[in-house]
Unconditional design. Structure first.
Length: 248
């Protein structure tokens, strides 16, 4: 397994970029990360701002189960944004990403990263991402992430979703969508496949031994190299935002 540990240098700047994504301006967020625009929304529409605040705020008066579900949706969206940002920061014009899901009820791939060959419109690698914000990272990896990756690895249960998503994110580089489809068939080849499991952890998961324990059984994805199995961690320090705190 290859390892990554994500860190935040400036939480205020990160929060601003997440806010841009939350109001439906992910294309602008990409330009901010490329340092082509200032870190602020390109447009301001009150209804979109209100909807984003509603998504990012845990309402008062919820019963425990409702609050748990609302928190899971919110934190999952935030971590998906962080994962997208972390990938975008190391990207170039040959790397394409699936955008974060704005709707909390949307299902499907957490993330997909497709890299094209340097000099031709052919897929070099495809990275399937599972991003999980959780208080129980080992359980989440074992019980949710690995079963999902195993389904992808068999290229049957999730093969159609993977192919369709890949076409959607690379089609701008092709003359027509059918050309993109033909190119995207390479995502089915295990030799081009990467898996990236990203998990929130506490500050105790800092040693190689503890990270190895966290991602135990990752080698259950047979027929690929160690470098094709990526484990990313993001340390959560301190309590998360109070459930009744207003959206800034």
């Amino acid at each position: 397994m290859s390892g990554l540990n994500w860190e935040v240098a400036d939480f205020q700047e990160l929060a601003k970029i997440v806010a841009v994504i939350a109001v439906g301006q992910v294309v602008h967020a990409a330009r901010i990360l490329d340092q082509l625009e200032k870190n602020a929304p390109a447009i301001s529409i009150p209804q979109l701002n209100e909807a984003a605040c509603e998504q990012l705020t845990i309402k008062s008066g919820l019963n425990p189960e409702q609050e748990k579900a609302a928190r899971a949706h919110r934190d999952g969206f935030l971590f998906e944004c962080i994962s997208w940002i972390a990938t975008r920061q190391g990207a170039n014009d040959r790397i394409f990403q699936k955008d974060p899901l704005i709707s909390a009820t949307s299902q499907g791939l957490d993330g997909l990263v497709v890299e094209l060959e340097p000099m031709k419109a052919q897929i070099k690698t495809v990275t399937i991402c599972e991003d999980k914000c959780t208080d129980y990272p080992r359980n989440k990896f074992r019980d949710e992430v690995m079963p999902t990756f195993t389904e992808h690895h068999g290229n049957q249960v999730r093969g159609r979703e993977l192919l369709a998503t890949a076409v959607d994110i690379i089609k701008s580089k092709f003359t027509n969508d059918t050309e993109a489809l033909i190119a995207a068939q390479r995502v089915m080849e295990l030799g081009r496949r990467r898996y990236r499991a990203a998990l929130t952890v506490d500050a105790t998961i800092v040693t190689p031994a503890k990270r190895a324990k966290l991602f135990k059984d990752y080698n259950g994805l047979a027929g690929i190299e160690q470098s094709q199995r990526i484990g990313a961690t993001f340390v959560m320090s301190g309590d998360r935002r109070n459930p009744q705190e207003d959206c800034p």
